[in-house]
Ligand binder design. Structure first.
Ligand code: CAA
Length: 480
């Protein structure tokens, strides 16, 4: 029998500094970016793109220190003995070293902190834009399923600093943070479903970060199209694999979905089984470069899945009939986003996962897992029951690759969720949180990340990061 493997717990770390997109930033940028007025720019960023605040790393923070902070939180909050960790894998696209795995730096920080030597931990770094952590998670989960794990736990950390040139359209889709996931057998939080993952890879030109550059080079509008096409392709493989699996399991074609959506028009077995898939997806989570992107993606996914969903197919056909070119995928997606049915389904199945992203910005490889954290925290806040509900994960990395996979919320999810109060930390210090707003000058200084010479040793210059805004306290620190 296949072992039940999944996510036992998670921890989030986000820098304390932030820029509020409603305050000084649009006032400074509107004239510089040729926008009509600060109000117009503010409206575009907050309503059109969906970002309220952007997390900014302080001088002493980088992707490695954020990853170590998230791992430390995960270990402490869950009472883990570091000796029980067999894999410490990192997914990142903003690495600190072109050769050595960032996971080795993080392991070193944890060894120093806990006063333990952990020589037998496997420490890969997986890089593929924003999907790296998903590939790392998949590899770790499969190691457990194959019985190759040497210890009880794996820790997968997604960590990134999203950074674009100042005054570019990418600037308001920046952010920074890390999410650490604890993976084990019989997890308390989410049981990942085996044998259904859908994958797509295309050698694309939508997004790069050249070796000489600390900021990304992106073809913004094109990157959105590639994202949507890849997710659609991966979803198609996911639904086919699920349908095939169900047929193999049931041994016949007449499976009746949990919500009573049996196959309609006597089509083949895969189609019959596929007809109930949308009804079985309680939550649809997406990679979130900016919250509006999740709306585009949901509309694209709904436009495929509603086709065989009896309660929503009529809505879809109505929208399609109103189009000039009913076969244009983008036109259909845009029109669907304006429908009442879309708004209702989106607000139930996806909106709760966007709360943290609106407050933090893009965290590249960590964005999908931040969406998961957001879903859990919102459920706790609303007193909602999640047990047994299916969560669909749509992971995407530019360049480009997508993976669609799913899991079911485990019976003991509340044990983990009751400790999940990350959203509270995001309040400003004055309101009992830990965040500090910085002005545009300070943000631009940190964005420049001008290294400072800190002395010489054996004829070699020692370079340090820029001055910190907040003196580090109880943190892992990038010193030099
Ligand atoms: N009030 C309300 N809404 C407004 C508005 C206002 N005053 N002004 C404009 N808007 C709306 C627009 O209508 C638009 O919404 P719709 O798409 O629904 O029409 C939305 O705000 C965005 O405005 P623009 O279309 O003018 O887009 P932009 O020039 O601001 O660029 C962007 C947006 C392309 C995402 C740009 O920020 C960018 O290049 N970001 C980086 C790349 C990126 O994130 N790509 C995503 C896919 S790739 C990926 O996912 C990997 C990754 O992590 C990077």
């Amino acid at each position: 029998m296949t072992k039940v493997i999944g996510i036992d717990a998670y921890a989030v770390y986000v820098p304390r500094l932030y820029v509020d997109m409603a305050n000084e930033w649009p006032v400074v940028r509107a004239p510089q970016m040729g926008e009509e007025s600060p109000e117009k720019l503010r409206g575009k960023v907050i309503s059109g793109v969906g970002v309220k605040k952007m997390a900014v790393p302080d001088g002493h923070e980088d992707s490695a220190t954020m990853a170590a902070m998230a791992a430390k939180r995960l270990i402490d909050e869950n009472g883990i003995d570091p000796s029980d960790i067999g894999i410490l894998a990192i997914g990142t696209e903003t690495t600190v070293d072109q050769s050595k795995s960032m996971a080795a730096y993080v392991l070193g920080m944890l060894e120093d902190h806990y006063g333990k030597s952990l020589p037998h931990v496997g420490t890969p770094q997986v890089q593929f834009a924003c999907i790296g952590a998903t590939y790392a998670l998949e590899a770790a989960v499969n190691q457990f399923r194959a019985g190759e794990n040497t210890r009880r736990y794996a820790i997968i950390i997604a960590t990134d600093i999203s950074k674009y040139p100042l005054r570019s359209a990418g600037e308001y889709t920046q952010g920074a943070g890390a999410v650490a996931l604890l993976v084990c057998e019989n997890p308390r939080l989410l049981e990942l479903e085996p044998g259904v993952t859908g994958t797509v890879t295309r050698n694309e030109r939508d997004f790069f970060r050249p070796n000489w550059s600390s900021t990304a080079v992106v073809d913004g509008k094109y990157s959105i199209d590639v994202y949507l096409d890849c997710i659609e392709g991966a979803l198609s493989e996911y639904t086919s694999r699920r349908a095939a699996k169900r047929i193999a399991h049931d041994g016949h074609n007449g499976h009746n979905g949990r919500n009573g959506h049996d196959g309609r028009n006597g089509s083949n077995g895969a189609e019959t089984t596929r007809s109930s898939i949308y009804g079985e997806l309680d939550h649809l989570l997406f990679h979130v470069p900016f919250p509006r992107m999740a709306e585009y993606a949901a509309a694209r996914v709904f436009s495929t899945l509603w086709e065989s969903e009896p309660s929503l197919a009529g809505e879809l056909h109505k929208v399609r009939a109103s189009l000039e070119n009913p076969d244009d995928r983008r036109e259909l997606q845009r029109a669907l986003m304006k429908s009442e049915a879309f708004r209702a389904e989106f607000s139930r199945r996806t909106e709760p996962s966007l709360e943290l992203s609106r407050e933090i910005g893009n965290v590249y490889s960590a964005s999908l897992y931040l969406a998961f954290a957001s879903l859990i925290e919102q459920a706790v806040k609303r007193g909602q029951e999640l047990e047994g509900q299916r969560v669909l994960f749509c992971s995407y990395g530019s360049g480009a690759s997508a993976k669609v996979f799913s899991g079911k919320v485990a019976p003991r999810w509340r044990e983990v969720a009751s400790r999940a109060r990350f959203a509270e930390e995001l309040r400003p210090v004055a309101d009992g949180g830990r965040r500090v707003e910085i002005d545009v000058n300070e943000y631009e200084r940190l964005h420049g990340h001008a290294e400072v010479e800190r002395g010489h040793a054996n004829g070699v210059a020692i370079i340090g990061p820029p001055r910190s805004v907040l003196p580090p306290r109880g943190e892992f620190v990038l010193a030099r």
